[in-house]
Design a protein around this ligand. Structure first.
Ligand SMILES: [Zn+2]
Length: 90
């Protein structure tokens, strides 16, 4: 069982999260990120959402070969519903 550590909810089963996309690992525009992408079996940066939890968007660094989660961080500018209101935001 794989666990992600949500910054708001703590360690949760990966089944609570929804994969969105793999982030480009080369700088540049659409051509570079599509056709010059490097395969990196030891590390992949991905966007995930804690769909069945706080619904926060996360940047997750995983080892796609083993499935190990290396790092989880909140995407800048995102917060789960209700948190912005507690902070006095919209
Ligand atoms: Zn969460």
């Amino acid at each position: 069982m794989s666990l992600f550590t949500c910054p708001f909810c703590g360690s949760r089963n990966i089944e609570e999260f929804a994969f969105h996309k793999t982030l480009p690992n080369v700088p540049g525009g659409a051509f570079e990120t599509t056709f010059l992408r490097r395969d990196a079996p030891e590390s992949s940066d991905e966007h995930w959402q804690h769909r069945y939890g706080c619904r926060a968007w996360l940047r997750v660094r995983r080892n796609p070969s083993s499935g190990d989660v290396l790092d989880v961080e909140l995407l800048t500018g995102t917060s789960p519903p209700g948190v912005a209101a507690l902070r006095g935001g919209p």
